[in-house]
Each structure stands twice: as C-alpha cells, then as structure tokens.
Design a protein around this ligand. Sequence first.
Ligand code: SF4
Length: 352
Amino acid sequence: MSQEHTARTLAPTGLLPQEIAEALALRPAFRGKQVFKWICSGALSFEEMTDLPAADRARLSGRPLFSSAVSETLESDDGSVKLKIRLSDGAAVEAVLLTDADGRMTACLSTQVGCPMGCAFCKTGTLGFLRNLGTDEIVEQYLHLAAIRGRPSNIVYMGMGEPLLNIDAVRASIAILSHPDGFCVSKRKITISTCGIVPGIYDLADNGPHVRLAISLTAATDELRNSLMPVNRTWNLAALKEALLYYQSKSGDRITLEAAIMGGENSDIASANAMADWISPISAQVNVIPWNPVEGLPYREPSRDAVRAFEEVLEKRGINTVRRARRGRGVSGACGQLGDTLGAACDYTDED
Ligand code: SF4
C-alpha cells in the first residue's frame, strides 16, 4: 500500500490486517487480523482487544489507534449528521452521514484538506488546498460516523477535495472499508465523485477498484463550464466524454452525472438541452441538485419551476433524471456547503 501521500506513519486504522501485523510486530500474522477486526468493531484502544496476548496488549498499551478526533458534531432535523474532525497536525476536515427515507445510511468522506480545483460554486473551492489526507484519516471518518448510528452501507467520496488527486490513499481506504473481515462495504455501494480529472478516470478504468463513478458535470458547454469549473480548461468536455466512454467500456456501469443548478447561471432550457446533447452517447443518470446557498458566493438558489423545467427537458430526451433530496442543509452538509472548518460538498442519491 503506497504511503507516498504522507510522510508520517499511518495509524493502524489505515492498514490492512497483514500490514497491521508487520507495523506492530505481531506474531503470528493472524494477530493483525484480530486487531483489524477490533478496529472495525469500534475498539478505541489496544487494551480492549481481549483476544490479544496480555504481553502484546501491555506492549501496545497507550499507543494511539486513531490519528484524528471528532471536535464537533452537528445534527440536522432531517437526520443528517456532520462531523468536524481534527487531524494530528491541527488541520480539520468534515464528514457527513446522510440517512434516506428508507433508513439507508451513506457516509460522505473527504479526501483532502481543502481542494485545489477551485469550482466557483463550491465553498471548498474558495478556501484553497492544504494537503492530501492519509488512508487512516479517510478510514477514520467512516469509523467516527459508524460510532454514531452504526455502519453506513454506502460510501461516497464526495466531501472535501478531489478524490482522483489522492488516488493512492482513496484506493487503500476502499481496500480497508470493503475488506471481508471488516466493514465489508460492497464496492457496488461505493462511489468516487470527480470534477473531471481525465487521467484519473483512465487510471480507475484500467486499474480499479471497480466502484461507481460520479462526475460533477454542472454545465455541458465549454464556455460555461470553463467559467464555473477551472478543470475544464485542462480537460474539456470532449476529453471528459472520451474518458467516460472508455470507463464505461471497461466497467459496463452507468455513470452518475451531478448537475448543480444555479439560478440565472445554468438553470435555463438551453443549458438543459446542451446537457442532453452532450450526454447522449453515455449511459448515465443525472442527479439534478438545486444549488445550496453558500454565503459569499455570487449565485442564487434556482426556483422550483426552473429546476422542474430543467428536469423535464432531460426526461423528455430519455435521460434518467433524479432530483436529489435536500438533506444536510441544517448542518451545512449539503452539496457545496462543507467547509466551515475548510471543506466541500455532500448530498447524494443513488437510485440503484
Ligand atoms: S466541487 Fe469538489 S472538486 Fe470542485 S472545488 Fe469543490 S470539492 Fe473541489
């Protein structure tokens, strides 16, 4: 497992069973699996791991299992929870727990402190980039959320940061969170959301893991997308489409396209038709997201009528369209709202 993303030593939460055994000098190697299972069961210290030999427990006593701690918990009326999490160097990230009408829980995880991508409609985009998160810091977000209401069945890499710019740590965290001896989250229930890092999409297509892919599309003309999402000036819509078709040829999966709709920006019928035109060769579901107000950003929430008209255009053009429920707003955990500490975007619906 690559540790290039961080110079510090990973906490045990960021390691697979074999790696735990090696890092903690545990013999025989199956002791690593015991520690791994304890971590996934919610243990907070080695002292709790009663099936470890007393000598190992004594040797490891006092050694931290975690590299982060929850500094604040915010709960919304709709059941959403946002955690502010303090990292060992004093930086902070946010993680969100979303619960849908069926009780299905989704953990929205951050991958970077801040974000370098600068999307104009995103709170994180205004705050700059500090650093990538380590594998342990990503996995611990899930652990902290699981401690509140049990294990979320779904995971979206859609919080602070651009996951494909921290792909080693994201891959390693998926290996841990989907491990059969631990949380065993199905890769079919894990989504990586990117703003359109084209080389990362090819990398994911060729090298896995085979998870769901979501793209923050938002606009389907280069002129408008250039103004809203600087990534488009490096990899334009033609390059993005080619990469998505390649990904789809390898995975066979439908791709989720996120469309944050802002009043007066991209909420008009022409924008909807441009989006339908652009999507046509791709098998996709569009999540239409009425933009959530963020203080200091010059956009406005779209009217209900505008959103409905936008959706109708897509639907009439035969595109599977989902209006995302507005969850998390009470804790500023909805799409584009993360970042009171320094952070990003969450609110996800997968209809599968
Ligand atoms: S939308 Fe995502 S990629 Fe864009 S600035 Fe926000 S966190 Fe970064």
